[in-house]
Design a protein around this ligand. Structure first.
Ligand SMILES: C[S@@+](CC[C@H](N)C(=O)[O-])C[C@H]1O[C@@H](n2cnc3c(N)ncnc32)[C@H](O)[C@@H]1O
Length: 415
């Protein structure tokens, strides 16, 4: 059942010209709520469903088959997730993505389910997230220190996700400096991938002309230049990465030098790869706790804001990194909001970069488990956990908070 917005909150449309409220929350079963949302209305859908571990959190984390019990748990979990993933796909924009957190309990089933519902051609990555750097020390066996984030595009051809970041660019990777102080590194201009060779890319196998004393490179001969052909380390013919016209357009980005190779000294051509402002680096598929935070730092963030009221929050750093791969006006949806980490991350990112992201969080009025942190804090339902944090986020970080479903697009504007 979807709960109507309380009278004290603003569930209406936003007046023309007014900035949209950053954080919105709806209490209810996410499948019911998802079914009320318009097609293609969200750019980023983040799902952090119960992992089906059987562990005791504030919420139920044990999806069972009514007949077979724990034995049929994978089938029951998949049956719970399938319609939610279908609805998530329907509400995702053509440019958008879904990101799903999961651990070893259901990752295999989830991957197959996502391949089926979202399309295996739309898989962008299965990221490993190192949320427990010390490793889980309880029980026997390996000390598990990671979980996963599965990332699928709504349509890989139109998706706008940029899998790079300025945050991991290390100036130490750019050890050289030009006389006028510009830092850079040298990359071989030769294509080092053997798939590209004079047979597969004949137009890129041509002679360049370079002077290893001055460093000058040109596609046409000049005084003092020697002819340089691209070769692999074993001397077999290779190809350049740049066409001859590009070489002529960007001579300052190239350098000719003598190098010691396997077969003695030779003259080769390099690209100067600059450390310029705004430089980005491709995100690796392993996300370390020192980069995105851990479950411990997530608890510390929650404690600092509203107290330790939830056992398994995600660190905002994980969500901030994921959200930063999408445009700064992204419309974000989190149907398994829990303690509201996604809404918190959205507000923090907007405050940091001036973005206009919005976030709709959903969690249900499931009574909290007796003995849980939330129960100890006097909260009745998991929805109360989400509310408490998102209200605190609005107060501390800004962006505002409203409760209730967004007004339909063609609804009259509330002035
Ligand atoms: C793993 S927790 C999410 C934690 C969250 N990402 C955070 O950082 O705090 C899963 C959440 O999904 C909620 N949930 C489970 N089934 C749901 C459903 N059918 N509808 C709405 N919420 C649901 C649970 O109440 C729980 O809060």
């Amino acid at each position: 059942m979807v709960h109507a917005a309380p009278e004290t909150t603003d569930a209406g449309a936003v007046a023309p010209g007014a900035a949209p409220v950053c954080n919105r929350f709806v209490a209810g079963d996410n499948l019911d709520v998802l079914r009320t949302l318009p097609d293609a209305a969200y750019d980023v859908v983040y799902l952090d469903p119960p992992y089906n571990t059987g562990h005791e959190f504030a919420y139920l984390d044990d999806v069972r088959d009514p007949v077979t019990g724990r034995a049929g748990r994978h089938t029951a979990w998949t049956a719970m997730m399938r319609p939610r993933l279908e609805e998530a796909r329907r509400v995702t924009a053509e440019r958008g993505v879904v990101l799903v957190s999961i651990d070893d309990h259901e990752v295999a089933h989830l991957r197959l389910l996502l391949d089926e519902v979202w399309g295996e051609d739309n898989l962008l990555a299965q990221l490993v997230v190192n949320l427990n750097p010390k490793g889980r020390q309880l029980g026997s066996g390996f000390a598990t220190s990671h979980e996963y984030l599965l990332v699928y595009a709504r349509d890989a051809a139109t998706c706008v996700l940029d899998a790079s970041t300025p945050d991991t660019v290390d100036p130490a990777d750019f050890p050289r400096t030009t006389d006028d102080g510009r830092r850079h590194r040298l990359l071989p201009l030769r294509n080092t991938n053997k798939k590209f060779n004079p047979v597969t890319a004949p137009t890129l196998h041509y002679p360049l002309h370079g002077d290893p004393v001055s460093g000058r490179v040109s596609a046409v001969p000049f005084d003092g230049a020697v002819e340089v052909l691209p070769v692999f380390g074993d001397g077999t013919p290779a190809v350049w990465r740049w066409s001859a016209p590009l070489v002529e357009q960007r001579p300052d980005d190239l350098l000719c030098r003598v190098v010691a190779g396997r077969r003695g000294e030779r003259v080769d051509v390099y690209q100067r790869d600059w450390l310029h402002p705004g430089r980005r680096k491709k995100l690796r598929t392993v996300w370390l706790a020192e980069e995105v935070g851990s479950t411990d730092t997530a608890v510390a963030e929650l404690k600092d804001l509203v107290g330790h009221i939830f056992e398994s929050p995600k660190p905002t750093g994980l969500l901030r990194r994921a959200l930063a791969t999408m445009p700064p006006d992204a419309r974000v949806l989190d149907p398994f909001a829990g303690s509201g980490t996604t809404g918190h991350a959205v507000a923090l990112l907007n405050a940091a970069d001036g973005g206009s992201r919005t976030c709709l969080s959903i969690d249900r009025d499931e009574p909290v488990r007796p003995g849980s942190r939330a129960a100890g804090a006097g909260l009745a339902t998991v929805a109360d956990v989400t509310r408490l944090r998102l209200r605190a986020v609005a107060e501390r970080v800004g962006g505002g908070y409203v409760e209730g479903l967004p007004a339909p697009v063609d609804a009259p504007v509330v002035e």
